[in-house]
Design a protein around this ligand. Sequence first.
Ligand code: PSU
Ligand code: MN
Length: 308
Amino acid sequence: MTVPTAPVTLAPDVIAAKANNTPIVALESTIITHGMPFPQNLDVARQVEADIRAKGAVPATMAVLDGTLHAGLTGHQLESLAQAKNVAKLSRADIAACMATGGTGATTVAATMIIARLAGIDVFATGGIGGVHKGAETSFDISADLTELAQTAVTVVAAGAKAILDVPKTLEVLETGGVPVIAYGQDSFPAFWSAQSALAAPLRMDRAADIARAHLMRAELGLPGGQLIANPIPTSDEISAETLAPVIAQATSEADAQGITGKGVTPFLLQRIFELTEGRSLTANIALVRNNARLAADIAHEINIARS
Ligand code: PSU
Ligand code: MN
C-alpha cells in the first residue's frame, strides 16, 4: 500500500520564506467563504495578505482545492475560492475526506492550525475563533477550534470571541484544555467587535517578543497545544456591546426558529448580523482581522529572531 507523502503543497513564496528564514503567517479561508459576503471577502483576503507582506512576512492562506491541501494560494486561487459556490467548511473532521474525494473546501481555525503545524508555521491570524455557543447546555454546540487549541502547537491571534457565543463558557473550556488565553496590551478579554469586555483575560502580555518566547517555551516544555492571543479591535473601529446585543439576540432566535444546527450555525449568525447592522459589523470585522494580521507578523518575526 502506498502512503502519500508531503500532504501539503506550499506556495512558491512560502517555500522561499522557509529557506530564507522569513516569518510566515497562516490565514484561514472559512472567513472568506462562510464569514463574509463577496466581493468584500476577496478585498479583505487580499488586504490582509498585503498587511502581512508590508510587515516583511509572507502570508499562507490555507484551503483544499480539488483534493490538494494548499498552504499559500495564488491570486487566482484566492479569487476563485472567494466566489465559488458550495465550498465545504472544513474542520478537523473533514480535511481528509475532502482530500480523498477530490473536493474543494475552506479551512476553519481548527483545520488551519492542523495545516500550519504540518507546514511548520508557528503563527496564525484570524478574526474570531469558534467557541461554546449560547444554549450549549442543551445543544452541545462547542466548536472543534477549542479542542484544536488544546492539542496543536500554533499561536492563534484573534480578537477575542464574539458575543454570539457564550464567552464565559468558552473561556472555561479553554482553561480546561490548558490553553493560555493572553490578552494583548490590556487586562480584559476583548469582545470581538468591542475592545473591552467585563471578563478578565486569564493572562496579559504587552510585547510580541514575550508572546514569541512563551510559544517557544511551551515547545521546550513539551506541551502540546497552542496559545490564543486575544488582540482588541482598534477603538476607532469598535461597535458597542449595547448596539450589538439586540442584533445578536434576534439572529440567535432566528437560528433557533429555523432549526439551524451544526456547521450552519456560525455562518448563519454572521450573515444575519451583517444584514441587521447594515454592514457595520463587516467594517469592524475587516479592521480587526487586519490588526490581528499585523500582530501575528510581529510575533512570527520575534519567533524567528529567538530561534536564530
Ligand atoms: N468566528 C468568527 N468568524 C468566523 C468564524 C468564527 O467570528 O469566520 C469561522 C472560523 O473559521 C471558525 C469557524 O473556525 O467559523 C467556527 O465554526 P464552528 O462554530 O462551526 O466550529
Ligand atoms: Mn458548532
